[in-house]
Design a protein around this ligand. Sequence first.
Ligand code: NAD
Ligand code: MG
Length: 388
Amino acid sequence: MGERKRISILGATGSVGQSTLDLIERNRTAYEIVALTAYRDVEGLAKAAIAYGAKHAAIGDAERADALASALSETGITTAAGPEAICEAAAMEADWIMAAIVGCAGLKPVMAAVEQGSTVVLANKEPLVSAGDVVLAAAKIHGATILPADSEHNAIFQCFDFERPEGIRRIVLTASGGPFLDRSIEEMRAMTPDQAVAHPNWSMGAKISVDSATLMNKGLELIEADRLFPIAADRIEIIVHRQSVVHSMVEYADGSILAQLGPPDMRTPIAHTLAWPDRMETPMPSLDFAAISRLDFEEPDPVRFPALRLARQSLDRGGAKPAILNAANEEAVAAFLDKRIGFLDIAAIVEDMLDRYDPPAPGSLDDVFAIDTETRMRTRQMMTTKAA
Ligand code: NAD
Ligand code: MG
């Protein structure tokens, strides 16, 4: 038997974290779990740590330190709590680290994982949007390999000729269109969190599900693609593809288009990164093309989905704009999930913040955090003033 791959999962209790554990479950002897982390779900974290024989478990909420310690007492699994503990878990030596925390809360842990210098798999896209340059520069300095787990970016990664990027004409990012693709703007106005979170093709965490309904997810992915692939931003296009079978495409100068296809299940892109550069078996059945029967493509509607325009503008304007876009969106989505604002307010609030707040371009990670914090404060303030 070869060496066991040492694995850590940041955000182990979430949708991507659980999909990752599911793959590991199927070939337990090949892996050794170093650290698992979660934010508040002590029970889920302890259960996974015990089931997978993790060495260490860290919970983000400092107040749950005792709960985690007692859940794992006499297991030999070490525990820690608080935001710093998540970074320390991320910094533990491992061969492969899944970054699956949601939002910019994952930025410091991603940096810690990258600085540790092994393979860091990014499902957590928000850090790339807000601080892509800093994250990628750190990866270079520390010799870390970044692999994208986001299905579209994983698809592009599989089709993109990094040795000859000049031969590439464009990237086509596909979007499922989310649950409101066929809804009128009037219907969208009244949509509830439950309706927004019920995605037709993918089962995901609440925040990304709402982002999929506004198409902000595709906007964030546009910026994510810009960070990950050496191609001009105006050569990255977005097309709605409702079946979520073609996960994205790369077009070459001669007109050839390479696409990656697969079932809409995160276990396929995660497995690609887990085995990379080899391939591994997954439980996914082969695609049944006759049953799928057709693949549809259509232009996204800019009127009902303004988030796409906001993301494109943020990318073009650069500087602090992507970080503002992301932070305002995180706050607005949280308020929507909390039923404090309506569905259409999400993009309107983000647009307002992008218009009103114009700090200088961040030059460091601290600058990014300052912009992130300030944007969140202003967004919350704006929402309470509006609601009053
Ligand atoms: P989720 O909400 O299901 O899980 C999030 C995980 O992060 C949980 O383990 C949670 O405990 C942890 N977490 C949340 N806030 C934290 C904090 N402040 N500190 C530390 N840990 C915290 O989310 P998800 O759907 O698994 O998505 C995770 C990331 O992957 C997101 O960035 C999302 O955009 C991206 N992504 C998800 C999918 C998907 O299918 N779910 C697909 C592509 C990309
Ligand atoms: Mg995606």
